[in-house]
Design a protein. Structure first.
Lengths: 201, 408
């Protein structure tokens, strides 16, 4: 038996998927969670073989849940499901040790198949998700510049950004002017908006 | 406007495109032209002053002091100008006080020296006024400052002239020109910078316009999505209603309707996806870079060799192949190494991807991907070679470069 935890904030989808997976002979749904935080607690308590996590959830998203579980040394393998993969998500998911990634449009049958494969130790990346990820528009900004934008996305002052990133305020200002020049915008707020819209941060 | 939808509305203007790079080079050049013009103007006024000092018969030591101090002052205005370009207009004048402190101190020191050695009020004030003009003032404030500077320098010049003539000295020939230029320096500086601001604003407006174009395109897509979904949902609703009615009388027919409804859902999903993907063409180069990034994120050590004008390669054929093969490596590879290469081979483009694979050879278990690749390559008169080694798996796809003209 493969013991599965399902986490999805949309109750209809969660219960329908759970019901359909319970029809499979070799799959046992051990928990249904409505948000990421609950999923982490239940997964630590029940130690399921597979966590089927929705990407878009309140509290913690699917990838963050996978990250938490991995950092606690849990042997649970995570499969993330999403309606539409925003750019950069696959990269983040793979880096967090997610073993499977598939779109929500897959039927319960296919989901069950992926669960079996991942439980057997394989990694499953849906071709649709991979295609989306490969056709991402690339960010012209460097990692450090993205860090600066991320640290300042809620309008934090330059000094606050500098403190968060352990940089000198002058260095942060230099990064910001480089960002403004690259993105061709006048203020940091505009840069943050643009980067969020494109999914770079 | 052309009738065919643009592959990517931001293609010609987006960050990183050739057009925008050329434009930004031009804008940078204009900036340095502005800086150079201002510096030359400052140096000219400095030379005029030194000339006037020599004419007045000041000692060589004081003339040299003037020259050295003046050069230091000119140099001190450079960082202020650089800060001016990078400024955030909403930040306020003291936002970068650490960086402006030293240049302002140098200007003040030179003003002091110039005032003492020449005995003229204008010279004691101009260096400070000029440096102050370069700071990040809010717009209205800058304008008022220029007016104040004009009046101040004019007044001081008048006082200096009075004191010179009252001391019995003759007003030298070049003095009127010198006075005129000295008084006008701040105004000329600010108007040059204003001109630069106009240019920078125009450039931003152009970028905003291209983004607006992209937004409008997106709105159009939203309408398309709405129409598409509306149609499919209606079909599905009817199929479900029918199966509900049939359920008791003819369960077999009801089941058939349910199956049809499911396939309608699949069609709707595919349609939505196709619509969303229609506008997502990225350059082949980016696609390769994304592939490398994602494989690395999955813990695979990747090296990639890409040569030549990759963006000339047939993207509509190679793009899907790159996506497919990368997915295969992610799914089946043993997860240690991978190598990607795309290069021009005479009149062919050759794309190769190699990876180490698990012993059970998972590739043969799922051959559909490879069939798809072979089909795509065949459509473009290309060829596919598949090598299954003991520990390695590689695919080489060759497509003729002749279809380039049609692609672009």
């Amino acid at each position: 038996m493969i013991r599965v935890l399902i986490a999805d904030d949309e109750a209809m989808i969660r219960s329908a998927l759970a019901a359909l997976l319970r029809l499979e002979d070799d799959i046992e749904v051990v928990a249904e969670c409505a948000d990421g935080a609950q999923a982490v607690i239940m997964a630590e308590k029940l130690q399921p073989d597979i966590c089927l996590l929705d990407l878009e959830m309140p509290e913690l998203d699917g990838v963050q849940v996978a990250d938490r579980l991995r950092s606690t040394g849990s042997a649970t393998r995570c499969v993330v499901v999403t309606r539409h993969a925003r750019p950069g998500v696959l990269r983040r998911a793979l880096a967090s040790g997610v073993s499977g990634f598939l779109p929500k449009s897959r039927s319960a049958n296919e989901v069950a198949e992926v669960i079996r494969r991942v439980a057997a130790g394989a990694r499953y990346i849906d071709p649709e998700i991979a295609a989306d990820a490969l056709s991402d528009e690339r960010s012209p900004l460097t990692e450090r510049e993205l860090d600066v934008l991320r640290a300042g996305r809620r309008g934090e002052s330059t000094v606050q950004i500098a403190r968060t990133l352990n940089l000198a305020a002058g260095t942060v200002r230099n990064y910001i002017s480089a960002i403004l020049a690259k993105l061709n915008v006048a203020t940091r707020q505009q840069a943050v908006l643009l980067a969020e819209e494109r999914g770079w941060i | 406007m052309s009738a065919s939808p643009p592959a990517d509305p931001t293609e010609n203007f987006g960050p990183g495109s050739i057009g925008s790079r050329r434009l930004s080079t031009g804008i940078t050049a204009t900036w340095w032209y502005t800086v150079a013009a201002l510096l030359i103007f400052q140096l000219m006024i400095l030379l005029l002053w030194i000339g006037a000092q020599t004419n007045l018969g000041k000692s060589p030591a004081s003339v040299v002091t003037m020259a050295v101090g003046g050069l230091a002052w000119c140099l001190a205005t450079v960082p202020l100008l650089v800060l001016y370009r990078r400024r955030d207009e909403t930040a306020g004048v003291t936002a970068q006080w650490r960086s402006i402190l030293l240049p302002l101190c140098i200007s003040t020191a030179f003003a002091f020296i110039a005032g003492l050695t020449s005995g003229l009020w204008v010279m004691a004030v101009l260096p400070i006024v000029q440096s102050l003009m370069l700071l990040n003032w809010p717009r209205g404030v800058r304008m008022r400052l220029v007016m104040a500077a004009l009046m101040l320098l004019g007044g001081l010049w008048f006082i200096d002239l009075r004191s010179m003539t009252s001391a019995g000295g003759e007003v030298a020939e070049g003095w009127w020109a010198l006075g005129f230029m000295t008084i006008l320096l701040p105004a000329i500086t600010v108007s040059s910078l204003w001109w630069w601001d106009v240019l920078a604003t125009l450039d931003r407006a152009r970028a905003a316009e291209s983004r607006l174009g992209a937004t409008q395109e997106r709105l159009r897509v939203a309408t398309d999505v709405h129409d598409l979904q509306g149609h499919h949902l209606q079909v599905i609703a009817l199929q479900l209603e029918l199966s509900e009615r049939l359920l008791t009388r003819d369960p077999k027919a009801a089941l058939e309707q349910l199956r049809l409804a499911r396939s309608s859902v699949a069609a709707a999903q595919q349609g939505t996806r196709d619509l969303a993907m229609r506008f997502r063409g990225v350059p082949l180069r980016d696609e390769l870079d994304n592939a490398v990034d994602i494989l690395r994120a999955a813990g695979i050590s990747v090296n990639a060799t890409v040569s030549g004008e990759v963006n000339l390669a047939p993207a509509t054929i190679l793009g899907p192949i790159i996506r497919e093969t990368t997915t295969n490596v992610l799914r089946h590879g043993a997860g240690m190494r991978a190598h990607l290469s795309l290069k021009r081979d005479g009149d062919q483009w050759s794309y190769e991807i190699t990876n180490d694979h698990a012993a059970e050879n998972a590739h043969s278990a799922d051959g559909s991907g490879i069939h798809g690749i072979i089909r795509r390559a065949a459509e473009a008169d290309g060829s596919v070679e598949v090598h299954r080694g003991k520990h390695e798996f590689s695919i080489v796809v060759r497509v003729p470069a002749t279809s380039i003209k049609k692609e672009r």
